[in-house]
Write a new protein. Structure first.
Length: 255
């Protein structure tokens, strides 16, 4: 009888310790608010799930063009981390006193593609040279690095002046993709990551020598300097697990 009572007490103790451990982990879990370039939407969502499973912390995202997000940060938006689609805005965030010095690093290298929903429309650069379309979508080159890269490509091929009148601009690369996906533009320059998970339509993956490298940098903002979840997220982005996810979506990474 006494032995049975001891066993029951041990069971209660084990259950209590498990409950206490879970409660303690939940109590320690924090949120990290991340401003993310729109081209990285799908990747960020998958990384967020892996991050939460690994650490218990939760990443809360706000997506937009890099330029728009930087403007929000400069106006006091309460973000902890900035995942830009370029290097210049994170650098400026540090220079202007919005971000922690020494925290900037490259988390992904973007690639662009010319894309159409029509499986027979795009062959290669000949599609641009022939110009047999009424609209070509690009992201706003003033605020979105992928848009600036698209302009680079057209200029390198000597076609920008010929195609300029056919350009329709999305506020960011996500909206640009929607223009093509919804057939509001026959073709468009999109992030390779947006079409890497399917074989729909037709595409031309743009040679890297036709545009400046799209090195996408992250930086820890002042709001996140003392946030354990923000520091954990920065470290997680450098983890092989996160790099594997990033590369799966068609990005390059740097060690």
């Amino acid at each position: 009888m006494k032995k049975t009572k001891i066993c029951q007490n041990n069971k209660f103790l084990i259950l209590f310790l498990i409950f206490w451990g879970l409660t303690y982990k939940i109590a320690l879990a924090e949120n990290v608010r991340v401003a993310v370039a729109a081209n990285f939407t799908e990747v960020a969502n998958e990384i967020g799930q892996a991050f939460e499973q690994k650490t218990g912390h939760k990443a809360l995202y706000s997506f937009g063009s890099t330029g728009q997000l930087f403007t929000q940060i400069s106006q006091g938006a309460p973000f902890d981390i900035f995942l830009a689609a370029d290097q210049s805005r994170p650098k400026k965030a540090v220079e202007d006193g919005y971000a922690v010095s020494g925290s900037q690093f490259t988390y992904a290298v973007g690639k662009i593609a010319l894309y159409s929903e029509d499986p027979d429309f795009i062959k290669d650069e000949k599609t641009l040279r022939e110009g047999k379309f009424t609209k070509i979508a690009i992201a706003n080159p003033s605020t979105a690095p992928y848009g600036a890269a698209a302009v680079d490509v057209m200029k390198h091929l000597g076609l920008y002046s010929k195609l300029e009148s056919k350009i329709v601009q999305g506020n960011n690369i996500a909206q640009t993709y929607q223009f093509v996906h919804s057939l509001n533009a026959e073709i468009g320059f999109v992030a390779l990551s947006q079409i890497s998970s399917h074989n729909n339509g037709s595409r031309w993956i743009i040679p890297a020598d036709l545009y400046s490298e799209i090195a996408q940098d992250a930086v820890l903002l002042n709001e996140g300097e003392n946030n354990e979840a923000a520091l954990a997220f920065i470290n997680f982005l450098k983890n092989p697990l996160a790099r594997n996810i990033i590369e799966k979506y068609g990005y390059g990474t740097k060690q």
